[in-house]
Every structure is written in C-alpha cells, then in structure tokens.
Design a protein around this ligand. Structure first.
Ligand code: ATP
Ligand code: MG
Length: 632
C-alpha cells in the first residue's frame, strides 16, 4: 500500500440529520477576539486561533481550549469516533497518570528520555503522564484477554497526552499537552481476515475517510517506525508549506515517503569505479577553532559543504546479554556522507543489522575518534569497526569537471580539518579491497536521507520531488514488540501459546485543528470547512436592540437548527465594522446579516466566508434553504 492519496472531498454531509443544531448567542458565550497576535506566533494557525478566541496560552505548549476551539475539537473527535466505530473499534479511556514501573518492561523510560513527563508522587512512587499508551494497554489486555476467540480486537481512546517537547511550537501544532486519538489492535496472525495486515488496512481506510471528511488536502506516505519500532508504518500528512516534515514523492508512480524513510533509486557508480582519482594536492591541515557546525567550518576553510566529507560515529548497542557476550568489547560504525547530505541512522542501522546509538564523545575519544573532527581515516586499523560510505561520498574523480575530486574532512585532531583528502592515498590502502580480521570492515552503501532530485526507487530514473507536510496521523504495525517485552501471550486454536501481534494507530486531534487552519485561511482570518466549523451559520444582527432584527434572527436560527445546522447569533452591541472583522476572523462558513435596509425588502444579506465582494440579498423565507444548499 504505497499509493499517495491527495484529495479534498466531503464524503458525508457535515450537517447532522438526526439532531437539532445548536443555537448560541455571542453575548452569552466567551469569544475573546483580539486585534493583536501573540509576539511569538509565527504561523497563521497559531495567530488566528489565539486572535479568534479559540485557544489561550497557559504556559509553553499548554493551552486553554475556549468554547469555539472546544467545539471544533469535538467535531473532529466525532468524525474520528464515527469512522473508528465503523471500522470495528471500541472506545475506552485509559489513565493519563501511570506508574513508571510499566515502562520498565519495555525500556521506554530510557528511550523517551527527557520527552517523558515524569515525577514522584507523595509516596515516592515514580510516575509519568502518558506520551502514548502501548504499555498501559498491553498490561490491560494481558490481564483481560485470555482466548484467541476474543481476537481480533481494536480499542481506541481520545485523550490528553503529555510530551515535554524541547521546543513547543506554533500553538497547537506541537504542544506539551495535546489531544490524541490512539488505537491499538490485537491479533494472532499477520494474514487472513483476523490478521494484523487486514486490521492495518482497515485503519488505513478509516484514516483516509477521517481526513477526507475533515476537508483536508493530505497524502499518506511510507514512514519510519521510529522509537515505537515494528515493521511497517504510514504517516498521514496535510500538504502544507508551513509543515515541519519533508516528504518525497515520485509523481510517476505515486510513491511517497517521509524523508527519514524514503529510499533512493540506484545511483550510477562512477565510470572509473569508486574512490579512483589522483590527489588534488598535499594534505593541508587547517586550524578551525570555535566552529560548532559544518557551515562555520566551510566558511573558515572557504570550501563548499558538498566538497566536505561528513563522518558520523555510532556505537553498537547489544540488544541482549547473549549478543553482548557474542561480540565482546566495543563495536563502532563509522558513516561517511557528503557534507551537504544527512546521515540516515535508520539506513545505517539496517545495513549494519544492529542497534546503534550516537557515540558518546568521551568514550569515542578513548577509542581514537575525535568527535566533530573525525575523518574516514580514523576507522583504518580498527578491527571492531564498520566503515560505510555513501556512494556520493565514495568518489575520487569529478565527472562534471573531468578532473580529480577535491575533498575536505576532519583531521582526527581537535579543532583541525584537512583539505585535499584523497581516498586511495589517505586511507593508506586501496579502500575497495575489503578489509577484515585485523582491520575495519568496509562498504559502500546508500546511507543518507533522500533529497529532491534523487532518482525515485520506483519510477525508473524519475526524480523525486519534495513537499512539506504536517503529520496528523500515524499508523504502525508493531508486531510482537510489546507483547514479547511484556509477556502477553495466549493460547491459539491449537492450544499453542503465542505472542499477541499488535498494531497502533494515532491521530493528533488538536494538531488536526491547527493543520486545518494552516491550510484554510486568508489575511482576514480562518475559513472553516463546514465539517469542522464551530458553527455553520453566523447571523449578524446590525442593531442589537432592534426588535424586528432580533425576531427574524431567532426565526432563522430556529429554522436552521431544526435542520441540524449550528447557529451563532452575533447579538453584541458593537459597531458593524467590529462585527464583520470578527466574523471574518472566526471563519464561520456562512454569514447572514440582518439590517434595516435588507429587511425592508424582506431580505437578508447572504455571504459565504472566503468569497469575494459583498454578499447577495436573499429573501428571508429562502435564507435557510440557501444555507443548507451551500453547506451540503
Ligand atoms: P512528531 O514527529 O511530530 O513529533 P510523532 O511522530 O512523535 O510526532 P506519534 O508518536 O506518531 O508522534 O503520535 C501520533 C500523532 O500525535 C502524530 O501523528 C501527531 O499528529 C500527534 N502529535 C505527536 N506529538 C504531538 C505534539 N507534541 N503536539 C501535538 N500533536 C502531536
Ligand atoms: Mg509519528
């Protein structure tokens, strides 16, 4: 399932045909609109949600959801519920406050590190506020599911999550407290109707329905499983320039992947073979003090990043005591890419076939790696080391310029770099000859993040295109990662004990709200899609104390409510200019304006948010119908 979906459709009417719509008077609720945006608000969703009185900041990454904001969140949650229920899910609610003991079984207290909101209660018990609920639900399921007859099962909740994000950002896009829908599925097989694959596909379809119904323009892309682990995963990305994530797409085949996951099609090896080419000069050591990153080093040395070799050192982490015993001592993986590229840890890990972590500088120094100044030479002569070089970095000849390739790299000495590095000369041996036994192991392999223009892994030679996105949903096949770690096994049909196979499926409910605003706004304010709008119709009464206007407003509101439409009546005694500005800001899809001039002709002004110019006059008795037609 690698297709890209990009759509904007409403498969279902946003208007309820079973319940009466709500009627709310502005004067009786709290919508604290503001002219000024908070000074730290860089993105439109942050600015507009605060200015529109949807949310209010309490502290970094923590917000009040005010009445309008909460209404939108409830509408998103309702869509999520309907689609999750239709896909066979059952809703429950697990605690946010959990004992850290639960994480001991999976080692995730360490994996989460500072992201985990952790504290001691008054009795000294180590506790945390859940960033996600795999352990909690696995513990619950372990105690409640005893027979294969109870599977498959899909359980979900819509709940507040806590992550101590280093940089909470952009209002609701990256909070420290946020609302997530998280679902977990339980199976005994991968295949078949009751298997994980079918359960995963059902969630994929449910997510497609959810985000389509929310009126979002989105793509489903292949993704890294991340710290949650497992074997397969997709992210649902709202296509939006202000997104933090980069996705790469192959327009030819529809392949789409997160930059961390994206494979790169075959890159042609240099005609002369890897590494071949004479030195461009004597090795020239340069003092580069006080350069915290590659940008500063390049500036000081007057070289381009693409002419640098970037070397990242990883330490191999043993997953089991047996593994540690089988490979005694420290093992290292030294990854080399071009300076303008990024090492992809997942690709290095997959190639090395072992768990890795970035080397600790002190420990690495004792092993002969001067972190920050490491060159590929540092691996030579170290038997417990794998030197793996990306194809773009493993060249000695500049094909474009038809001359030997210039390289600069670290000098393996603090505060020093070298110019004129040459693979053949400076490794002291022909690197293409595999080393081994008493030296490092050696390989050329694709280990960097894909970038725009790279060959697509699917369409032959087709270049990948980059797009920005906001991750609003993420689905994973977990396999038995958690059930193995937590001893969750049950008897199958043949009375054999089997680990339960799991999937997990998240949606950022509060992030979806912000993503929707990112996608749908103009200079004046938000433009809600009908499905998520806090109210569908805003009735603006020009004179608050005018009896006729008040009466017609109530009559229209009743008529609309009768048909399931949610109505907000702006009955404040404010100047019309203020009311119109606020109306644009909060973005209700339709505004009906009641003024004397129009009412003298038995009409109201009908205006769709986001449409150009003045509204049109519509007869009072036809106004409700006009709204319904527009909202359908
Ligand atoms: P990110 O990469 O953006 O940090 P994640 O991949 O760590 O997110 P998941 O563990 O996949 O997040 O969580 C499921 C969903 O919860 C995400 O797809 C996203 O929509 C939402 N989410 C995660 N972190 C946050 C946050 N700090 N604020 C708001 N929503 C979030
Ligand atoms: Mg994710």
């Amino acid at each position: 399932m690698t297709q890209q979906r990009s759509q904007r459709s409403h498969q279902q009417s946003p208007i309820s045909n079973v319940r009466r719509g709500d009627i709310q008077r502005w004067s009786q609720t709290l919508i604290p609109t503001a002219r000024e945006a908070p000074s730290d608000a860089e993105l439109p969703s942050h600015r507009l949600l605060v200015r529109g009185g949807f949310i209010r900041r309490v502290t970094a990454g923590v917000y009040d959801y005010l009445p309008l904001g909460w209404r939108v969140l409830r509408k998103i949650s309702q869509i999520v519920r309907e689609e999750m229920n239709a896909a066979g899910g059952s809703e429950l609610l697990l605690p946010a406050l959990c004992p850290t003991e639960l994480l001991k079984e999976t080692g995730r207290a360490e994996d989460y590190g500072d992201l985990l909101m952790r504290f001691e209660d008054r009795h000294g018990r180590d506790s945390y506020l859940a960033p996600t609920h795999e352990e909690v639900i696995t513990e619950m399921a372990r105690g409640s599911i005893t027979s294969y007859k109870q599977l498959p099962l899909n359980l979900y909740q819509i709940q507040t999550k806590y992550r101590d994000e280093f940089r909470p950002r952009a209002g609701l896009l990256r909070g420290r407290e946020f609302i997530m829908k998280d679902a977990y599925s339980f199976h005994l097989s991968l295949d078949g109707e009751a298997g994980l694959n079918a359960g995963y596909d059902a969630m994929y379809r449910a997510y497609t329905n959810i985000f389509s119904r929310c009126g979002l323009d989105f793509s489903a892309v292949e993704a890294e499983a991340g710290p949650i682990g497992g074997s397969a995963s997709h992210e649902f990305m709202v296509n939006c320039e202000s997104g933090e994530d980069t996705i790469l797409v192959c327009p030819e085949t529809g392949y789409a992947a997160n930059v961390e996951k994206c494979e790169i099609g075959e890159r042609t090896a240099p005609a002369r073979g890897f590494f071949a080419g004479e030195p461009t000069g004597e090795l020239d050591k340069i003092h580069t003090p006080g350069c915290p990153g590659i940008v500063e080093v390049c500036k000081l040395m007057k070289v381009k990043a693409r002419d640098m070799l970037k070397t990242v050192v990883f330490k191999v982490v043993a997953s089991t005591p047996e593994e540690a015993e089988g490979y005694p001592g420290d093992w290292w993986v030294v990854a080399v890419v071009r300076g303008d590229h990024d090492v992809n840890e997942g690709k290095v890990r997959d190639f090395a076939e072992c768990k890795l972590e970035l080397a600790d500088p002190e420990q690495a120094k004792r092993a002969g790696f001067e972190i920050g100044f490491v060159s590929p030479r540092a691996a030579v002569g170290k038997p417990q080391t794998l030197l793996v070089i990306d194809p773009d970095a493993a060249v000695g000849w500049d094909e474009g310029k038809d001359k030997p390739r210039f390289w600069a790299t670290g000098a393996d000495e603090k505060d020093h770099h070298v110019k004129h590095f040459n693979w053949a000369r400076d490794l002291g041996k022909d690197p293409a000859l595999a080393m081994g036994a008493d030296d490092c192991f050696f390989a050329v392999h694709s280990i960097r993040n894909a970038i725009e223009g790279d060959p697509s892994p699917r369409g032959k030679g087709e270049p990948l295109q980059a797009k920005r996105g906001i991750e609003v949903g993420h689905i994973f096949k977990l396999g038995s990662k958690y059930s193995d770690a937590m001893g969750f096994a049950i008897m199958d049909e043949n009375q054999q004990r089997q680990s339960v196979i799991m999937g997990c499926y998240g949606i950022g409910v509060s992030r979806t709200l912000a993503a929707c605003v990112e996608m749908s706004h103009d200079d004046d304010g938000i433009i809600w899609p009908a499905a998520l709008a806090p109210y569908h119709v805003l009735i603006t009464v020009m004179k608050a104390d005018d009896e006729r206007q008040a009466r017609v407003a109530q009559q229209l509101a009743d008529e609309l409510s009768e048909r399931g439409v949610d109505v907000l009546i702006d009955d404040r005694s404010e100047r019309p200019g203020v009311k119109f500005k606020d109306a644009d800001l909060i973005g209700i899809p339709i505004r009906l304006t009641l003024g004397d001039k129009a009412l003298d002709q038995d009409s109201v002004e009908f205006k769709v948010r986001g449409s150009e110019g003045k509204g049109e006059l519509v007869a009072v008795r036809e106004a409700a119908m006009a709204c319904l037609e527009n909202l359908a």
